[in-house]
Ligand binder design. Sequence first.
Ligand SMILES: [Fe+2]
Ligand SMILES: [Fe+2]
Length: 200
Amino acid sequence: MAVKFSESKTKENLMRAFAGESQARNRYTIAAEKAREAQFYAISDIFIYTAEQERAHAERFYDLLKELVGETIHIDGSYPVDQQESLAELLRAAEHNEHEEYEDVYQAFGDTAKQEGFLEVASAFYQIAEIEHVHEKRFAALAKMLEDGTYYGGENTQKWICTNCGYIHEGVKAPAVCPVCRHAQGYFLPYEFACYKGEE
Ligand SMILES: [Fe+2]
Ligand SMILES: [Fe+2]
């Protein structure tokens, strides 16, 4: 059934998504500070990187509300109090929220948009859901390494990149200090998480 946008459930869902993304962005910038305090500088950067993507999602959803410029939209919603003390727990909380967005919330919002005849909005919900799935898996993998104590090495040889200077270390453990720039171990990132990897 085609519905007028101004009377649709979809306009509320877009505003809910805007609120959710805006909060996720702030939660991640706050988590980034916690990660810095715990001297996990590379994980802090991942929170900031993800926060910026949440900002981009928020902007996309906000943009889809543009024809209602000047209006106020009332919404109801539930939002998490994620102020866990440990970094692993913060990562698990982030994983949980990303999972909900991916598996439940944005699928349902996409389906409603489709039923109401807003196909562009529906595809934005489905596309962004897929990105949240990537976020979920990345947070989960990092949490697991912290829980297992393998972030800086386990039994096998692996690679890390120093996120300050770009030095790539191969070994069983990440160095305590980067041999090139002398920055602390917390700047080392397991290489599988590195952005902008070139050809090896
Ligand atoms: Fe998002
Ligand atoms: Fe996300």
